[in-house]
Design a binder for this molecule. Sequence first.
Ligand code: PGA
Length: 254
Amino acid sequence: MRKKIVAGNWKMNNDLTESQSLITEVRGIIRDELRLDNVDVILFPTYFALPSCVRLLEGTGIHSGAQNCHQEKSGAFTGEVSASMVKAIGASHVIIGHSERRQYFGENNETCNSKIQAAVEQELTVLYCIGETLEERESNTHYDILKAQLIEGLNDISAQQLNNVVIAYEPVWAIGTGKTASSEQAQEIHAFLREQLTTKYGEAVAQGVRILYGGSVKPDIAKELFSQGDIDGGLIGGASLKARDFAEIVRAAQ
Ligand code: PGA
């Protein structure tokens, strides 16, 4: 049985004060109404709010992580933050390869691979995002694209290191558009990704990898998505900015 994950990716939203109040609100609802024994909850605020997030979530069982990191440990990379810095403030997770990073900041499978290497070396758990554009789906090249994103991103990542990697399938056409993939569409891709992992790492390892769905997940459709055999939870953008909606998605994963 794979433990489900519900992760909130806040993107470039909420200043420090707003972040602190949202974290406090989410923390309160989860403490009062939900259990965390069968679901991992992770919050990804901005770098700026991350140390505060770590502090506010201490002892709650809720995890915190960064939305990105740089592949080098330190050096002349203005504006960047390394995996070891994320680790040093007590965060446990990092998102790598989000489609917005690929689209606006020129990241590709190779950069993602270096970042994943850097993060697993720090024993951070990586949420590695992959996903096709609408154009790629319509031209039926999405399986090739997804396979390349998965396999090239995981280049030289051992089965042992894969324990610290979660895959997030996020079709670009579903992110922030209100157009969620149907549970059948998502399950089909998740099964395909697990097949690819089986070819690379063997059945036992592949069965242990958690594969999340992301892209316009809302409380009303979360349960159906999460009940699919290969969907192990969700990476939530917009709906994670509202404590109640996010909590309802966590409830759907229980
Ligand atoms: P969304 O974002 O839920 O707002 O579509 C998901 C994501 O980008 O991780």
